[in-house]
Design a protein around this ligand. Structure first.
Ligand code: AMP
Length: 115
């Protein structure tokens, strides 16, 4: 069995506050929110990071971008006010959980550049 916490969340072995789920993707609230709305959107299958996405993942990647992100934004009512998607990748990217995840942050005005 995988030690990956996000695999455990996807399989319901670990608890999370789910806001969206389908056959291939699950979205849940971040434990340590950095904005009034902070959701993590992940593929259910284990992919270490953006670096490990390959040609066989094109449908999954477009599903997340074209279907899931807009739906979650609408459901949280942040589609009109705006939101930020962040994919921390690798050490310099600040990735701490090695299972690909899209942070969705909203409900406040974001600043730029990020730290
Ligand atoms: P990153 O630093 O980009 O890898 O983001 C990992 C995120 O996962 C952080 O924002 C953590 O707060 C969040 N996180 C870690 N464990 C859990 C968990 N069990 N449930 C929800 N969020 C988590």
């Amino acid at each position: 069995m995988s030690d990956c916490i996000f695999c455990k969340i996807a399989s319901k072995e670990a608890k999370s506050n789910v806001v969206y789920e389908d056959d291939t993707v699950i979205a849940f609230r971040d434990l340590d929110p950095k904005a009034p709305e902070h959701i993590l959107i992940i593929p259910k299958k284990h992919i270490d990071s953006l670096n490990e996405l390959d040609n066989s993942d094109k449908e999954l990647a477009s599903h997340i971008l074209v279907d899931v992100i807009p739906k979650v934004a609408r459901d949280l009512s942040i589609d009109k006010s705006g939101f930020r998607i962040v994919v921390n990748t690798g050490d310099d990217g600040g990735q701490t959980v090695n299972h690909l995840h899209f942070h969705m942050l909203g409900g406040r005005t974001m600043t730029w550049p990020p730290g």
